[in-house]
Design a binder for this molecule. Sequence first.
Ligand SMILES: [Zn+2]
Length: 511
Amino acid sequence: MSFVITTPLYYVNDKPHLGSVYTTIICDSIARYKRLVGEDVIFITGVDEHGLKIQRTAKEKGIEPRTHCDEISEIFNINWKKWDISFDRFIRTSSKNHELVVNEFYERVKASDDIYMGVQKGWYCVGCEEFKDNPENSSTYKCPIHQKNLEWKNEENLFFRLSKYQDQIDNIISDPSFIEPIERRNEIVNFVSKGLKDFSISRTNVSWGIPVPKHENHTFYVWFDALLGYVSALNTNTAIQSLEKSINDGWPADLHLIGKDILRFHAVYWPAMLISAGMKVPKKVFGHGFLTREGQKMGKSLGNVLDPNLLLSKYGNDPVRWYLIKDITLGNDGDFQDKRFVDIINNDLANTIGNLLNRTSSMSRKWFDNKVPNNNEITSENKLEYLAKRSVENYINNFNIYKLDQAANEVLSLAINTNLYLNDNQPWLLIKENDKLPVVKEIIYNVLESTRIIGLLLLPLLPELSSKINVQLGSTYQEDIPWEQQLKWGLLISNSPLPKPSPIINKLEYE
Ligand SMILES: [Zn+2]
């Protein structure tokens, strides 16, 4: 059994913004964690390339939609590599294989008698690629997300019988584990309780899309096609591309992590489409919040858009990951504040974790011949061992329910406790007393061992920093031994050499 996790398939109208970096980092962290606890992970990301908005964007640039999509999808692909995202699949919805899956899926839905021809009238946001439900003053109403006027549409479209699935959707969303967090679930329950309406799945004025078989001039509605990217991504053997193959290769997804604005598509339309095609529904849809900057919504017109790649080149990967994972509760809205960012990184990573490792390693090298002290004389469980065990347990419990901020805080609190232990015991005074050498050995060993565990716990959160901690301790994470087994207390090897310490993270300056 594999664990299938997905980011949204990002719309290629523009390069990745901080919001998409956020979603992708969270998915990456979960994927890394799941691999460490022994799951066979398939981490899917990719791009959603069709639709009117892309067609228009390409036209404005004076190029073919495909050329535009090639450019932007390559930017996404390269970008995720720069951020060290451990994705397994990168799906492009303009690929031939994807089209085959869409066609096969459509045939199944048609065979369930869920497709009919109708007239679609309504106000449409091209930015959202979505009809808005009867906004007041529709001709002057602006989409709250895109701040653009809606467009009136009146055309013949193919419709999907969503209304037929009212009871089944009611049933699916009544399971509290299906949609998280609870606030998002309540919104969907409220939306569904008003009664589901059929929705159109084809367009006649959009040439940049997958053609609907036997319906000239119709292309599939971009969402109908894009959601299936999660399925087509599963089949890597493109020689035998078929829906059945994708299903056998991992469907259903275990977790769709998305922004809260696209929850309806994932938690209502998508499950109904899947049931219609005789497929299983995803196990969980998690809608995270939006990011603001210094308390303000980011937007081109406000000129306050924060380019994630500037953050990356200025501060590096780990500081950005730490801030986004630890400072924002997954599911809530988050705020990026420059000063807060610098303070958190300096306090948590440079001072609390970095200094702890550095000074203990220096003491150990000085007093014990550049080595980890011998701990063979230690017999009783000490306070730090108890605290480390508790932190490991809490960390795992929180990670399992996607409380990544709490897992991160658990690592931090172990580092704080280890600093306290060191300061309480003052080995730098004890070392001056001749008979205290065994006690000093024990204290230093315990602190180094706790630091080793901190490093291992950071592996899914901050992969770079984690490996730097390992290197500094002369210890390595061993891929052939289960990670959880390596979290056991006492595995740091006595008398093993300690390399010369250097700062594992640089302090940041606030400008
Ligand atoms: Zn919109």
